[in-house]
Write a protein that binds this ligand. Structure first.
Ligand code: NZQ
Ligand code: ZN
Length: 386
């Protein structure tokens, strides 16, 4: 195992009825801005649960944060934070609302003139305004990590940010929230979490046994609960495993001491920025091509994944590795997720060249676990995904 340091300060409050416990977590003298998305929380009762838990607190609200949180909308929320002297943020939503809140946490204390610089200049946030979350959609792991991804429609950009100051102080995870999630978003959540594990696992073997088995157990759990969650989101046992798997997939633990890749996400974010394709679906488009293009470098780990996760025992390393890619594609298809760019847009010509050019301009010259995936190679991966 490689050397590592690990600190995750987020307090997790998990289980049925846990939204009630909100008032124990926010300081009594805080002036709170509650942030939410397009209004699903008003239909499914989560809004009412939050408001009644915080009935004795002074709360201002900001709704309307869209999926793929938009910079221009967040800048309006930043004005409210400044005008109202807000001291604490509360995100009630999925990855988009939580990420938007992380941006605001950073921007509220940012000393520069243009908060976009936090993203464009990749400025790490050492200290942000404190915030907690009530998770409504298991998927991203944002509820227990310090990263965020923000979109800017004006320039068709989608960029990442983060830093040790951006962990939520607490996150409330009540698996019952999934009962109102549409099937499309459940499938997205399963696919996103699954790919998070792959990004931290599908590299080369370093014989880090526990880390590998953590990763494999999350993949196996997601495969097992996926059909149950889709068929019946009121199945509390399945919902619990689904929610906790998504959190564990990206809270920092499984990436410690092992190489990581993240090229699938880097490329996928461009597809969302260019075509507005759901985040998870961009990953299902890119991952199979990425693994085929980098087959030689990744085949040992692909074969291990084939054996341990998909129980493929026949054939050579190459055979198993290929079968594992096919199994992964079939898993996405079973969830109703298409895996080719042309399934989502007919205007895909030129996409590979645009992404390659953007990566060159940003000096992202070597992605992947060996930092060897050049923009030219990225172009090939994207073409294979047409
Ligand atoms: O906006 P509302 O009305 O709340 O509706 C949302 C939205 O339309 C709806 N929804 C959420 N909870 C619901 C619900 N509908 C019914 N019942 C509920 N309980 O679902 C839709 C999608 O929500 P969104 O928050 O956009 O989904 P997700 O959690 O998948 O987040 C995606 C965003 O997270 C970023 C992605 O790039 C994307 O912008 N990511 C963040 C990461 C991180 N911070 O660590 C890592 C990921 O790789 C990812 O990049
Ligand atoms: Zn993701």
């Amino acid at each position: 195992m490689n050397n590592f340091e690990f600190k995750n300060p987020t307090k997790i409050i998990f289980g049925k009825g846990s939204i009630e416990k909100l008032s124990n977590e926010i300081p009594k003298d805080a002036k709170v801005l509650m942030l939410y998305g397009g209004g699903s929380i008003k239909k499914n009762g989560i809004y009412d649960q939050v408001k009644s838990a915080l009935v004795n607190m002074e709360i201002i609200e900001f709704g309307g944060i869209p999926a793929n949180p938009e910079y221009a909308v967040l800048m309006q929320a930043l004005e409210v934070i400044k005008e109202q002297n807000i001291t604490y943020l509360l995100a009630v939503g999925g990855g988009s609302v939580i990420d938007g809140t992380k941006f605001l946490s950073a921007a509220a204390l940012f000393e520069g003139d243009t908060p976009w610089d936090i993203l464009a200049k990749n400025i790490k946030t050492e200290k942000g305004m404190p915030f907690g979350t009530v998770l409504t959609l298991p998927a991203t792991g944002s509820e227990m990590n310090s990263g965020a991804v923000i979109t800017r429609k004006e320039t068709k950009e989608k960029l990442s940010m983060g830093g040790p100051g951006l962990f939520p102080v607490f996150s409330i995870l009540d698996p019952q929230v999934i009962t109102s999630i549409p099937e499309r978003q459940l499938a997205n959540g399963l696919t996103d979490a699954f790919t998070h594990v792959l990004e931290q696992y599908m590299t080369y073997p370093i014989d880090a046994k526990l880390q590998d088995r953590f990763a494999e157990s999350i993949l196996q759990t997601l495969i097992e609960v996926a059909p149950q969650v889709i068929k019946d989101p009121t199945d509390y046992k399945a919902a619990s495993d689904f929610m906790w798997s998504c959190t564990m997939a990206l809270n920092g633990l499984i990436q410690k001491g092992v190489p990581g890749d993240w090229a699938v996400h880097a490329i996928g974010h461009e597809l969302t920025a260019m075509f507005d394709i759901d985040h998870a679906r961009t990953l299902a488009v890119i991952a199979p091509s990425h693994y085929k293009f980098n087959f030689e470098a990744k085949k040992d780990k692909l074969a291990q994944y084939a054996e341990r996760v998909w129980h493929i025992t026949e054939g050579s390393t190459d055979d198993k590795a290929r079968a594992a890619i096919d199994k992964t594609v079939a898993f996405f298809h079973d969830l109703g997720i298409d895996t080719k760019l042309s399934d989502y847009t007919k205007a895909y010509e030129g996409t590979a060249e645009t992404i390659s050019k953007r990566f060159t301009e940003r000096e992202w010259l070597g992605l992947g676990e060996h930092k060897s995936l050049t923009p030219d190679m990225v172009e090939e991966v994207v073409k294979m995904a047409y």
